[in-house]
Design a protein around this ligand. Structure first.
Ligand code: ADP
Ligand code: MG
Length: 430
């Protein structure tokens, strides 16, 4: 059971989480928790302030007060020792005058260390130090797990508690190198941690508890009438994640699908069925599942050997995706402008590259697009105004993509959503 920052942001919501976990006690859960709302960002801001020679004090005190206020009093002692350790790291950053990736991870790790300490206190549960079990490489700020170290450690640390009827709690997102240096798995890494834990112990399912009813047909902040999706295949979920949907985080899908552990996305504010990601219901009628949207995209026109272009795409995916290909030309989309220089260099070794202006890619996803020609035709027709491209192979599942001007993206998304999902907002998609 993984709880996101918004599910543990106040004493009240922490109490709600305790209720949810206790309600599933007979299913022998393990709890993975994110930092409390906005904490990671504020920690990194305090680090930046320290590096710039400014006083990190106000931000630091605000965080300390916030955690003390929302935590059960039994956790105050642990909180104090973490915050005094953090003060020392900030002083070190001030002395160095910069935040190295290694120091950034050290600072960021306090968010999950304190939230997991608080939740284990609230549950009266054993606390597992994620730095002892989540072993990663030393690519700070986006470290990759070393599975052959991590999996046995997770089993050794967790299974005895589970067998004794206890509910172990650990922080997500944070790990450590084999030498014990703190690392993080990168933004939204707690979902990823939860999937790694679930896969390692052979869980029945990985539950991701958040503040929406499941995976929706579009980002609800842009399309308020977005509807819940009942089931998604791993491949569809991965395609959505790589196409800009905030949930699920793409990192979660690899470990879960390899171990065939389904993922369920649930709302911690009101419990209901949620979205189940796993094997698809073969009886469900074909249809589009969801529309994702990714801004900050540049279109690259590349002329050269397709085989080699494809190799570069593989190397940089999911940052670099193929939109279409013909003879010796490929249209690619790049959603990480920061990686443009290295990608350009890799392509220019053998091809001519043109880089277009900033766009948003809107993607319709469904495995049925491949199996049901009628659906593909209908989707293309609905998206016709925005020059859709049908991709029978996206990153992992078939999809239709449209490239639109960044400034028009939200209105296009709203209009397309209205056409593709005309039913009542409360009605879930199968
Ligand atoms: P948590 O803090 O629980 O990890 P996040 O804030 O990371 O949660 O992700 C949940 C948010 O993702 C939702 O509140 C919602 O606004 C946003 N979101 C964007 N696209 C979607 C989508 N297709 N389905 C569900 N939620 C989405
Ligand atoms: Mg989050």
């Amino acid at each position: 059971m993984k709880f996101g920052g918004s599910s543990v942001d106040t004493a009240e919501s922490i109490g709600r989480v305790v209720g949810i976990v206790r309600g599933q006690r007979d299913r022998q859960p393990v709890v993975v928790v994110s930092a409390m709302a906005k904490t990671t960002r504020k920690l990194l801001e305090a680090a930046d302030a320290a590096a710039a020679g400014l006083d990190p004090g106000p931000g630091f005190e605000e965080l300390r007060e916030y955690h003390r206020r929302e935590a059960p009093s039994g956790a105050h002692g642990v909180l104090e020792s973490y915050f005094s350790e953090l003060r020392g790291v900030l002083a070190q950053i001030a002395a160095e005058g910069r935040v190295t990736p290694r120091l950034a991870d050290h600072v960021a790790s306090f968010g999950e260390l304190v939230s997991s300490a608080i939740l284990s206190q609230a549950l009266g549960s054993p606390w597992i130090d994620c730095r002892q079990v989540m072993i990663t490489d030393d690519d700070f700020t986006r470290a990759k797990p070393v599975y052959e170290e991590t999996e046995p450690r997770l089993r050794d640390a967790l299974l005895p508690h589970i067998e004794e009827g206890r509910v172990p709690v650990l922080g997500g997102y944070v790990g450590a190198t084999i030498d014990g240096v703190t690392t993080t798995l990168g933004k939204e890494g707690s979902d990823f941690s939860a999937a790694i834990v679930g896969a390692a112990i052979g869980a029945d399912e990985v539950q991701i508890w958040t503040d929406v009813d499941g995976i929706l047909t579009a980002d609800p902040r842009i399309v308020p009438t977005a509807r819940r999706i009942r089931t998604l295949s791993f491949d569809e979920a991965l395609e959505l994640a790589c196409s800009g949907a905030k949930k699920p985080h793409y990192g979660t899908l690899g470990p879960a699908s390899r171990a065939d552990v389904p993922i369920r996305i649930l709302n911690s504010l009101h419990q209901a069925e949620g979205t189940l990601i796993g094997r698809r219901d073969p009886a469900a009628a074909p249809g589009i599942k969801s529309i994702a949207c990714r801004p900050g995209v540049h279109q690259l026109t590349v002329q050269g050997d397709l085989e080699r272009i494809w190799e570069v795409c593989e190397r940089f995916r999911p940052a670099l995706l193929t939109l279409s290909t013909e003879e010796d030309r490929a249209e690619l989309s790049l959603d990480r402008p920061d990686r443009l220089p290295e990608i350009r260099k890799a392509l220019e070794r053998f091809a001519r590259v043109e880089v277009g202006p900033g766009r948003t890619v809107i993607t319709l996803v469904s495995e049925d697009l491949a199996a049901s020609p009628g659906l593909a035709e209908m989707a293309l027709e609905m998206a016709r105004a925005w020059e859709p491209r049908l991709l029978l192979r996206g990153v992992s599942a078939p999809c239709v993509r449209c490239l639109v001007d960044e400034r028009e993206a939200e209105s296009v998304l709203a209009e397309l959503h209205e056409r593709v999902f005309p039913g009542p907002p409360g009605e879930p998609i199968p």
